[in-house]
Unconditional design. Structure first.
Length: 648
């Protein structure tokens, strides 16, 4: 029976014949209906598989939603063209001779390679399944030990040095530190330009104190760097040379620093926020947190936000003495304001421009407390008196800046992560903090912020959305095949595809991030699609075999069933490889890119490309084995073959 079926198949497809116009139109219409259903379900599955990305929030949504929308609209447009334009073009340009696919040299080449392999796998079915299981099981430790981060670090081509000094630093000392560090950094051959800034800009949106310095370092192109020099080595060398007593350095990049400060209020990668009701208690807890975090591998630039140590000029007016000299409080305050803060005297007009003219004491008089005590005050009866005769002038300590969040006072412990993934560093830091603080005082609590806050938010949202998407896709597959077993077989390709992605991440030393999750989500849709089409092809060959046997299942032998499944799988080789190669070749430029932006795009492409390879091998080799076992079980136990597919 096996030989007989094989000969009939060859006779049916191995010749070229003339086809009348009516038959040609009927063939095109029948093929269009079949292809239309396949395209419809494939596009629906691909679009739904990408849906989780659209439900993200924050910067990850702004970054990846254009990718999803572009792919979605492209799929919809391609589906419309495949259903409407392609049949019309086929009817116009197809000649009256149909050349069978068996005469296609490309198909014959791949079928010649694939058929012996598939036949061997169908013979050694248990061995193939065992090897597949071992490969999947071997990837589990890699998944457990895979590093995590929010987003891959984008190389902006420049660095941002953020030294922080003591809160009571003077303007001249902050200027000296900035100039000294800029001079040292400019001496590196990899540096093109350096620009330092101390304090805040003249705007209410910049709350930086004078003790915080920002130095933007523009780097040269990497071809001009010293041989063997990397960005990490360069940061380490610079950090070793710019160390100044009393100054804590921090390294980041200009763009990501602004994004972090605007979105989370933290200027480093990660921050530990301590909330409470008393600044002294918050600062004490912050110091303990700092002590517990020291020594963690990968934790760099550790700094406690200073809540004490700010210096204030306190001028307290003695009311009795002021009254004795015939002065009131407003008179004294007016002198203090004009001498120290400055008073607008007039406005000068120069053409179309207007300038305010301010009057105050020179800086050398304002910087010396003894000179401030000698600020003259004019009286009606006693002439000119020093301000010390009616007020106490002294320097007092207080908080340099009071931060509040969620209606509570807040302190922060800041640090960056270098040389290790963020998830591992934060998890170890959490364990050490939990060991240090068995219980916080009542009314005080600790929260984690920065990039880690965004990472946790994205992961929690994906944990909710992805299972829902899986259920929806499973429901669509059930509508397609009307069989839970077929749905389960298709979903088996998902862990195999993920296995290839995990191995590739381990090989390229890439941490799991939102970008990697986007790559896996895209891979999931393609893996399900290829599995659906392979099962549809094999179902079609089973149906034809049942029809040829006159629905007499007693005439169908297990070897004939195996050969029929092999034939159906063989016919799927060319379209499957076309689909896979189109995706892989389209992403090779991304894998080979080295410019700005490749840091974010490569983590998307790596799991998708290599996961697609393992998924394709599974669909071509393992899926026919599972399908053969399933059909043999149906034939032996129930005496029937379930061949429902898209066409029904």
């Amino acid at each position: 029976m096996e030989k007989e079926n094989s000969i009939k198949v060859k006779e049916r497809i191995g010749h070229t014949r003339e086809i009348p116009e009516e038959e040609r139109v009927a063939i095109i219409e029948d093929s269009s209906r079949t292809i239309g259903r396949s395209v419809f379900f494939s596009v629906i599955i691909m679009i739904i598989s990408f849906a989780p990305i659209l439900f993200l929030t924050g910067q990850e949504k702004k970054l990846f939603s254009p990718l999803v929308l572009t792919k979605t609209f492209s799929l919809i447009g391609a589906a419309i063209l495949a259903i409407t334009v392609s049949p019309m073009l086929t009817r116009v340009f197809m000649k009256c001779k149909l050349i069978p696919e068996s005469r296609n040299p490309v198909s014959n080449f791949f079928i010649t390679i694939y058929k012996p392999v598939a036949r061997l796998c169908l013979t050694w079915r248990k061995t193939v399944l065992a090897l597949c299981f071992v490969l999947i099981a071997a990837s589990v430790p890699l998944v457990i030990n895979l590093g995590t981060e929010f987003m891959p670090p984008l190389d902006e081509g420049s660095l941002l040095l953020m030294p922080v000094t003591l809160p009571d630093v003077s303007n001249s000392e902050a200027k000296r530190i900035t100039q000294l560090q800029d001079k040292i950094i400019k001496g590196f051959p990899e540096v093109e330009n350096v620009l330092g800034k101390a304090g805040r800009a003249y705007t209410a949106t910049d709350n930086a104190p004078i003790s915080m310095i920002e130095t933007i370092i523009v780097l040269k192109q990497k071809k001009y760097w010293r041989k063997g020099m990397t960005k990490e080595k360069l940061i380490k060398e610079m950090n070793d040379k710019v160390q100044i007593p009393g100054v804590v350095t921090g390294w980041t990049q200009p763009i990501i620093n602004r994004i972090n400060m605007l979105s989370t209020g933290i200027r480093t990668d990660v921050g530990v926020k301590i909330y409470g009701t008393n600044l002294d208690s918050i600062y004490a807890i912050s110091r303990k947190v700092e002590g517990s975090l020291k020594g963690i591998k990968g934790l760099e630039d550790l700094y406690v936000e200073q809540l004490t140590g700010g210096k204030y000029l306190d001028i307290k007016i003695r009311r009795r003495d002021a009254a004795r000299y015939g002065l009131n409080i407003d008179d004294v305050n007016m002198v203090i304001e004009s001498a120290l803060g400055g008073m607008i005297l007039t406005t000068t007009v120069e053409g179309r421009e207007r300038f305010s003219v301010n009057l105050r004491l020179a800086q050398e008089y304002r910087n010396d407390i003894d000179e401030i005590k000698r600020i003259p005050i004019q009286t009606m009866k006693y002439g000119v008196l020093p301000i010390s005769s009616v007020a106490d002038v002294k320097v007092t300590e207080g908080p340099p800046m009071i931060n509040s969040e969620n209606a509570m006072l807040r302190g922060t412990v800041l640090f960056n992560v270098r040389g290790r993934d963020m998830g591992s560093v934060v998890n170890e830091a959490k364990r050490k903090i939990d060991e240090t603080f068995k219980q916080l005082p009542q009314g005080y609590y600790i929260d984690w912020s920065g990039q880690y806050e965004n990472q946790v938010r994205a992961q929690q949202r994906l944990k909710i959305i992805i299972p829902i998407v899986l259920l929806v896709i499973g429901f669509i597959l059930y509508i397609t095949f009307h069989s839970f077993k077929a749905v389960a077989v298709v979903f088996i390709s998902v862990p195999v595809a993920l296995m290839g992605g995990v191995y590739s991440l381990y090989y390229y030393n890439v941490n799991f991030s939102v970008a990697v999750a986007v790559g896996f989500i895209a891979l999931f849709g393609v893996a399900v699609e290829t599995g659906v089409l392979m099962i549809a092809y094999m179902n079609d060959t089973i149906r034809k075999m049942v029809a040829q046997s006159g629905n007499g299942l007693e005439n169908i032998s297990l070897p004939a069933l195996k050969e029929t499944i092999l034939f159906g799988a063989t016919q799927r080789v060319r379209p499957l490889l076309m689909t896979v190669l189109a995706n892989i070749l389209g992403l090779i430029p991304v894998l080979a890119s080295t410019g700005t932006g490749s840091d974010v795009m490569k983590p998307i492409a790596i799991p998708f490309v290599f996961g697609l390879i393992t998924s394709t091998l599974f669909v071509l080799i393992v899926l026919p084995v599972i399908y053969n076992l399933l059909k043999e079980w149906e034939l032996k136990k129930h005496g029937r073959l379930v061949v429902l597919d898209i066409e029904e």
